[in-house]
Design a protein around this ligand. Sequence first.
Ligand code: NAD
Length: 361
Amino acid sequence: MTTKVKIGIIGSGGIAAAHARAYLSFPDVEIIGVADIIPGKAQSFIDDLGIEGATACNSVAELVKLDIEAVSVCTPNVAHHSASVEALHAGKHVLVEKPLAVTLEQGVDMVKAAKANDRLLSVGFQPRYDPNMKAIKELIHSGTLGDVYYMQAGGGRRRGMPGGTFINKELAGAGAMADIGCYSLDLVLNALDYPKPLTVSAYTSNHFGTNSKYHPEADKFEVEDFGVAMVRLEGGKVLNFKISWAMHMDTLGPTLFLGTDAGLKLTPAGQGPWSGVWDGGIGSISLFHDVNDHHVETSIPVQEHNVDIFAEKVRDFVTAVKEGKPAPIPAEEILINQAIIDGILRSSELGKEVEIHIPEI
Ligand SMILES: NC(=O)c1ccc[n+]([C@@H]2O[C@H](COP(=O)([O-])OP(=O)(O)OC[C@H]3O[C@@H](n4cnc5c(N)ncnc54)[C@H](O)[C@@H]3O)[C@@H](O)[C@H]2O)c1
């Protein structure tokens, strides 16, 4: 009989169901318990999804006492830190949903807890499993673009405003910049092996979220629904990053990589107002060569989405736990992503450029 990887799920809302469905589809995984702070919610989740033999818990403390090896943290952003740290200190490996945390300090603390307990802490960026994202990274690594000096992270939603915990500053940390911006940042920075950020100058606004014409919870809207930032990176590189949950425009433009030998343009897949490269939904990839000859543009075929990228991310985590491999998307690397978002919030509040410092861990 094969040994099954024993899993716990923390938070039993929308995205937890996607984690549970993925785990349930793997023959070598068993969901042992589910925790939610709302009484009765974990049990309903277990019943609705038909998770046989799973125990419903009212707290992380209760869940980590069960015989489990790893957990998925699927709480609102605010609890990513407390739930992950508690699970890591209890000796469990952690797959935490995006964004890593609400603040940079929390992210640092989470990475420290993972190191101190020699456990995996992986971040749930499923677009990493989009074959197009892999192709882009390979292309950049092959040297075809030469030295990449400018990146533009584009995308954004025209009408894609969330509500509830996503618009509360204390619970979410930030708005569009963290919620979908973290994907955009990962798309470009992962392709370049996460260069170190040095400074950021940012502007954010919330003209739509705070207007009852556009948002039913306008009186509770505390985060940004639009932002733009210029981020200086080590190695003489610069990133122009912009994102929106709502705007009077279809797109904020393509994702671009400008290199000394060639340029790469990614245009969004998808249709209508939700379209955007931010989530890895890539529609076309074009490579531009010699500036003196405008005819040498090459289109690279976009891979069909015949993989379930969400299931792939959960599978990769399970495999790492099972085989003692490193975290597939290490939180230590994603600290850079968190540090940029932290810098954006500081810069936009101060109205000037700020430095970015990531503590040594
Ligand atoms: N990867 C993706 O595609 C994706 C998509 C949507 C959301 N997310 C992320 O997933 C997270 C959850 O989002 P959601 O839409 O599922 O939220 P949700 O509100 O539907 O569910 C969150 C659940 O966590 C519970 N909870 C809160 N604090 C808790 C705690 N300390 N311990 C245990 N349970 C707790 C809540 O009661 C709720 O049931 C967010 O961080 C979000 O950014 C990821």
